[in-house]
Each structure stands twice: as structure tokens, then as C-alpha cells.
Design a protein around this ligand. Structure first.
Ligand code: GRF
Length: 227
């Protein structure tokens, strides 16, 4: 069983999706979340972790501190790290320690609309400003720069003419919640050969595909047993 640490700054809906997916897998789960840490003591992610009986740690330093991370990940014997709405740059030594074992989810199709300062509704506003017809989550490995590591999976989500940024965010989040836990679990289960995963260009030929359909398609891509 691989041990996962989650870092989050915000509401923690991706954390919740990860916990629910691993719970659904039951005895077939090959990963478990052992610790959740946040730079924001009041973050919803810590509340959700506590509710699930998982160790919830408010980081002492708001600026990420290499020693604090090392001590935490040693204490909890963490094998993989999932960034779930964690807004700060991870110290380089920690990125190196978890090379190919640290993932992030970004709510746009990288390399577009990523990088420093691109988080929250700003990402989706940038998508609208660029008149994109398609956006969607990217799950990628973490490297020394924001949003730049090798892509593991992307999923296209349509942008509709009447959309504002919150509407795009909500639709992308449905796909994030389906995609991120499955990518994390597959990676931890040693199924790296699945990646990179991206539906072929024909997928989005007939918009609008509904969020429910997107969700079902993602589940299908990971096989019927993936919950
Ligand atoms: C998500 O949109 C994710 O893509 C981004 O930050 C947001 C986190 O949301 N990295 P939540 O805290 O998981 O609800």
C-alpha cells in the first residue's frame, strides 16, 4: 500500500474526491492518504481530512520550508505527494526527493493558462479572454517551476458561449474530481504505462458534451473496475 500525503490551500474538493475514490476501491486500493497539510490553518481541506480521520497538519511556515516538509514526510513515511489546490512553490529539494512521485492538478489544458499567479478564477477568465472553445484539467508531475512538469493526463471540457469564469470552473471541477484520483491511484499502483492519457482530438467533435458524460468517459478510460 502506497502512502500519500496531500498538500492543499483551499476548499479541498479534490482531496475529498481522492478520499471517496480510494474508499470506493476498498480492498483493491493500492494507495491511502496518510496526512493532509496546509499553509492555511482554516482551510476546508484540513476540515475534510479531520472528518475522515486523517492527520491534518497546519504548516508552521506559510512559506514552504524544506526541513518542515522533510520531517513531515519522514514521520508519515510518505511515498507520493498529491498537490490539491496548493498554491505555493515546493522547495526544490522536496521536488527532487519526490521526483516522479509528486503530482498536481491544474484546471486548464497546460501549457496554456498556467504558471505563477494562474490559479482560481483567473485561469478560467484567461480561457474566456482567449476565446478558447475547449479547456479542461491537466494532471502533471511536479518539477521546479509552476505547472511545467510532464503531463500525465488531460481531459477536454467544452466552453460554452454563455459561460462566465465560475461556470467554466464548475464544469472543469467535475472532470478534475473524476480524473485526478484515478491518475494518482494508477501512478501509485505502478501503472505509469497508462500515461500520458489524453482523449484523441475526435473526442470533442460534437460539443456540448455534458459534465455527466465527461465523468462517465473518464471512468471508462480507467476501466469498469475504477468505481
Ligand atoms: C482546483 O481547481 C485545482 O485544479 C487547482 O486548485 C483548485 C483546488 O480546488 N489546483 P479544491 O481545493 O480541490 O476544491
Amino acid at each position: 500500500m502506497k502512502r500519500v500525503g496531500v498538500l492543499a490551500s483551499g476548499g479541498g474538493s479534490n482531496l475529498q474526491a481522492i478520499l471517496e475514490y480510494l474508499a470506493e476501491l476498498g480492498p483493491q486500493a493500492q494507495a491511502e492518504v496518510v496526512v493532509v497539510a496546509s499553509d492555511r490553518p482554516q482551510s476546508g481541506a484540513l476540515v475534510k481530512a479531520r472528518a475522515a480521520g486523517i492527520e491534518a497538519v497546519a504548516l508552521k511556515d506559510r512559506i514552504p520550508d524544506e526541513e518542515e516538509f522533510n520531517a513531515l514526510f519522514d514521520e508519515w513515511r510518505v511515498d507520493y505527494i498529491a498537490l490539491a489546490g496548493y498554491l505555493r512553490l515546493i522547495p526544490e529539494a522536496i521536488v527532487d526527493r519526490f521526483k516522479d512521485r509528486m503530482l498536481n492538478v491544474h484546471p486548464a489544458l497546460l501549457p496554456k493558462h498556467g504558471g505563477p499567479g494562474m490559479y482560481g478564477l483567473r485561469v478560467h477568465q484567461a480561457v474566456l479572454n482567449a476565446h478558447e472553445k475547449v479547456t479542461g484539467p491537466t494532471v502533471h508531475l511536479v518539477t521546479h517551476e509552476y505547472d511545467s512538469g510532464p503531463m500525465l493526463a488531460q481531459w477536454p471540457v467544452g466552453v460554452l458561449p454563455e459561460d462566465d469564469a465560475p461556470a467554466v470552473a464548475a464544469r472543469v471541477l467535475v472532470a478534475e474530481h473524476a480524473l485526478y484520483p484515478r491518475v494518482l491511484h494508477a501512478l501509485a499502483a505502478g501503472e505509469a504505462d497508462r500515461f500520458p492519457l489524453r482523449p484523441d482530438d475526435g473526442y470533442y467533435a460534437n460539443p456540448p458534451i455534458t459534465p455527466d458524460q465527461i465523468r462517465r468517459d473518464i471512468l471508462g478510460a480507467f476501466g469498469a473496475d475504477s468505481g
